[in-house]
Each structure stands twice: as structure tokens, then as C-alpha cells.
Design a protein around this ligand. Structure first.
Ligand code: FCX
Length: 435
């Protein structure tokens, strides 16, 4: 057995015993109370899920196994002379719960490289779609087409012991992560680059090779991809994509089915699609003004118009965060180092000065600060990746790292099928009136 898989199994046995103990001793302890409002309002603030890979603090932002994004940028392994962390290292951290050594990240690069072959029928399936199909739709369909490769689905159909589920899920998760960059690059180059594809470069790391297959071989773009793939990977368990993967996986749907479902959630404009919406929104602003760098008054007018039209300002707000997203800050730091004079980036920074006080003024927006999606598109545009409909696919490739590591944990801890109780408004009225 691969040594990382062995380590995972050992950690899972250890935590499994802890959880058993916790449930035995404290299983009936109350964690929370649920209000009528919370059941109608997206269960905001209800603690009802366990996700081992990361934890979100409203003020400090995301921590992966206790490490913040600035800490990870310091501590995770990099390529020689690299400036940004390797997502392989983050995956190891989320899966095993400890910081990796360089050789662990390198090992994962090699394992994923070896498993990265995407079957021909997946490309054939994509080729049958109208070229104007949204890249996220193509991505979901491609993942579903790859489900033919699920070792869990096959093993389950052949008949396996419950205790072995985790092992097959793990294999599927590793294969899927390995294959996603190739699938995503295929979709990109088919739709935007005349269907001319680029063969993988086995000497590169997972994110570096992804950048290469997309057609961007600039060193600083590769660094951006490593950072991008690291910061989008996980945001605890309750966000739509992570929760969906957990929920669908709880029915023992294999990782291909569960991950494709999560990607359909990521494709929503209030979630991952917001990264394309930000660029579209800024482009419309520029078109209205005839180009150039808009001043603060012009941005303010445009923001107010957006709100008056009953739309949200994309890239701002969050269900849990209550401060500027550290993922926004990490990208801002990257931009200050690599592209401080970029016009679009400067618009993003100016929007950051203008939007929060206006959202605060509304009195209802709980978090007026920018989230990860407010910055990511401007960086990509700088390097020539201007096709903003593709941006959520990049988010999705990264998100696989967190949600699939979590799915391995779900099966290793033998978590049951998820089934919260729902009620009707009739029931609710009877309840509040004491009937
Ligand atoms: N612009 C305008 N109005 C906003 C707003 C924004 N950016 N953010 C929140 N609001 C509004 C809500 O629409 C809601 O209005 P309503 O009462 O009239 O329906 C009110 O403020 C209260 O919402 P709030 O509790 O603050 O936020 P929610 O937890 O319900 O929603 C999201 C959180 C992220 C969905 C919301 O802030 C939003 O729509 N933001 C814009 C889209 C976006 O950037 N999404 C990406 C989020 C994330 F980072 C990701 O998943 O990628």
C-alpha cells in the first residue's frame, strides 16, 4: 500500500477511536439550538456537520488543520526557487493532519502524474457538446463521463465489506484529483484555443502542469496557479460545494458522482460563479465609461446602480466571514509583488475602497468585505486568461483537494447517510402556537 494511504489509515483509526469515545461520553450533549428563522434562512449558524480538513473563523478566515493562509505560504513545500506553496502539500496536510515534508509533496506530484490519464471517451463526450456550452457544464459532464472509472462503484457492485469502503474511495479520490487538470485544460483549449491541445509535462508539479496544459508557461503564472489551487481548496464543510459532496457521498455515491454534484453547486452565481461575475461586472462598468481606470465617484455610482437594480455586488459578502477574506488578501499580496501597475487589478483595489461602506449603509448585509472571488479574475486576465466563463472551473479543480480529502475522512469514519428533518409551514405554525 502507498505510504500516504497507510498513514491516512493509521490516522483514521486513531480518530475513529476518539470519535467513538466522544460519542459514548458526550453524545447527548447539546451543541446548539435551532430557531424558526434558521430553518427558513439557510441554516445559517447551525452547527450540524463535521469536516476535518479546515475550519472557518468569521474574523480570521480559513485555517487548514490549524494553519492560516499566510502560515501555509511560509511553511508548505514549494518547487525549487518557487515562491508559492504546492497544493500537493496542502492536500497532504488536509488528509493526514500534519505538515508534509518536501518528499511527501513530491510523492503526491508523482502519484498524480502517473494516474492522470483521462479515458478517450470522456473527451469524446465533451466533443459532442455544443461549443458554447458553459465550461462548468462541460466540467460536470466530463466528471460524470469519467465515472466509468470508479473503483468504488465496481467494488461495491462486486460486493465489499463496509470496512473497506474508505480504501476504494481513497483510490477514486486520488485518480479524480490526478485527472481533473487534464479534463479542465481540454475544455479550455477546445472552447477557446481552436481545439489545439497540449500534452502534459511529466516533469512538472500538479498545478504547474495544469498551467502548462492550459497554455501558460510563464513562471509567474505557474506560481499563481499554485497559489490559486491552494487558497480555493477548502472552506470548511457547510458551503454549497463541500456540503453537497459530503451529502451525496453519504449515500455511498462514488467520488465521481459526489464531486460532479458539488461542482453543479459551485457553478451557482452566489458561490463559485461569482469569480466570473466580478470580471463581467467590472467590464460592464468600463464599457459604460468608455474604458480606463474609473475614479471612486464613478465606481460608487455604478455600485448604487447595481443595488438599485436589485442585484448583488459580486465578490462581496459571505455567509460566515465578517472581515476581508484572507484569500483576497493573499491574492492582493501576489498582485503587489508581480503586477502592481495592472489597470484591472487597480480597479479591483479601488472597488475594495468603495464597496464596503455602501454595503454597510444598507444595514442588512452582514459582511460588507470582499471574498476570494473579488480578486481572482483580475490576476488571470493579466496573464492573458481572459475567458472569464472558465474561471469557476479553476476554482473547481482546486476545490477537489479539500472536498475529496473530506470524503475520504467521511468514509474512514463511517459517517452515515445524511438525513436532517424537514417540516412544513403548517407544521411550523402549529408548533409556534403550541398545538
Ligand atoms: N451585494 C448586495 N447585497 C448583498 C450582498 C452583496 N454583495 N451580500 C449580501 N447581500 C444582501 C443579501 O442579498 C440579503 O438581502 P435580502 O435580505 O434582501 O435577501 C442581505 O444582504 C443579507 O444577506 P447576508 O446574510 O449578509 O448574506 P448571505 O449569508 O445570505 O449570503 C452571499 C452570502 C455570499 C451569498 C452574499 O453575500 C452574496 O450574494 N454575495 C455576492 C455573491 C458572491 O460574491 N458570492 C461568492 C461567495 C463566496 F466567496 C464563494 O462561495 O465563492
Amino acid at each position: 500500500m502507498d505510504y500516504i494511504k497507510e498513514r491516512f489509515k493509521a490516522k483514521a483509526d486513531e480518530l475513529g477511536a476518539d470519535v467513538k469515545d466522544l460519542l459514548k461520553q458526550h453524545g447527548s450533549k447539546k451543541l446548539d439550538e435551532v430557531t424558526v428563522a434558521q430553518t427558513y434562512q439557510g441554516m445559517r449558524g447551525v452547527t450540524g456537520l463535521v469536516s476535518e480538513t479546515s475550519l472557518l473563523d468569521p474574523n480570521d478566515g480559513i485555517r487548514f488543520r490549524g494553519y492560516s493562509i499566510p502560515e501555509l505560504r511560509e511553511k508548505l513545500p514549494r518547487v525549487p526557487d518557487g515562491s508559492e506553496p504546492l497544493p500537493e502539500g496542502l492536500f497532504y496536510l488536509m488528509l493526514i493532519g500534519e505538515l508534509p515534508e518536501e518528499k511527501d509533496a513530491q510523492h503526491l506530484s508523482n502519484v498524480w502524474g502517473r494516474r492522470s490519464q483521462v479515458p478517450r471517451h470522456v473527451f469524446n463526450t465533451i466533443d459532442k457538446l455544443p461549443p458554447d456550452t458553459h465550461p462548468m457544464t462541460q466540467f460536470g459532464i466530463g466528471i460524470m463521463a469519467m465515472q466509468t472509472e470508479s473503483v468504488f462503484a465496481k467494488a461495491y457492485s462486486d460486493g465489499i465489506n463496509k470496512k473497506e469502503y474508505w480504501s476504494y474511495m481513497y483510490e477514486d479520490a486520488m485518480n479524480l484529483i490526478a485527472r481533473l487538470p487534464r479534463l479542465a485544460a481540454y475544455i479550455y483549449r477546445r472552447k477557446y484555443k481552436g481545439n489545439v491541445h497540449i500534452e502534459p509535462d511529466a516533469s512538472l508539479d500538479w498545478a504547474g502542469n495544469f498551467a502548462h496544459m492550459l497554455g501558460y508557461d510563464d513562471d509567474s503564472f505557474r506560481a499563481l496557479m499554485r497559489l490559486y489551487m491552494t487558497i480555493h481548496a477548502d472552506h470548511e464543510g457547510g458551503n454549497v460545494s463541500a456540503h453537497t459532496v459530503h451529502l451525496v457521498g453519504s449515500a455511498l455515491s462514488d467520488p465521481y458522482l459526489a464531486f460532479a454534484s458539488g461542482m453543479n453547486g459551485l457553478a451557482g452565481p452566489l458561490h463559485g460563479l461569482a469569480n466570473q461575475e466580478v470580471i463581467r461586472w467590472i467590464q460592464q462598468l468600463r464599457e459604460e465609461l468608455g474604458g480606463g481606470l474609473p475614479n471612486k465617484a464613478e465606481i460608487e455610482k455604478y455600485v448604487r446602480k447595481t443595488l438599485d437594480e436589485g442585484k448583488v455586488v459580486p465578490g462581496y459578502g459571505h455567509a460566515v466571514l465578517r472581515k476581508t477574506d484572507p484569500r483576497f488578501t493573499a491574492q492582493m499580496e501576489f498582485a503587489k509583488k508581480h503586477l502592481p501597475d495592472d489597470e484591472l487589478v487597480n480597479i479591483v483595489w479601488r472597488v475594495y475602497e468603495v464597496v464596503p461602506p455602501i454595503l454597510q449603509e444598507l444595514g442588512k448585509v452582514k459582511n460588507p468585505w470582499p471574498n476570494v472571488d473579488a480578486h481572482s479574475g483580475a490576476l488571470l486576465v493579466h496573464y492573458g486568461l481572459v475567458e472569464y466563463e472558465f474561471y469557476t472551473v479553476l476554482f473547481g479543480v482546486s476545490r477537489a483537494l479539500g472536498v475529496l480529502a473530506s470524503l475520504c475522512w467521511d468514509r474512514a469514519l463511517a459517517l452515515p447517510i445524511e438525513r436532517p428533518k424537514s417540516v412544513t409551514t403548517r407544521w411550523m405554525k402549529d408548533f409556534v402556537s403550541g398545538k
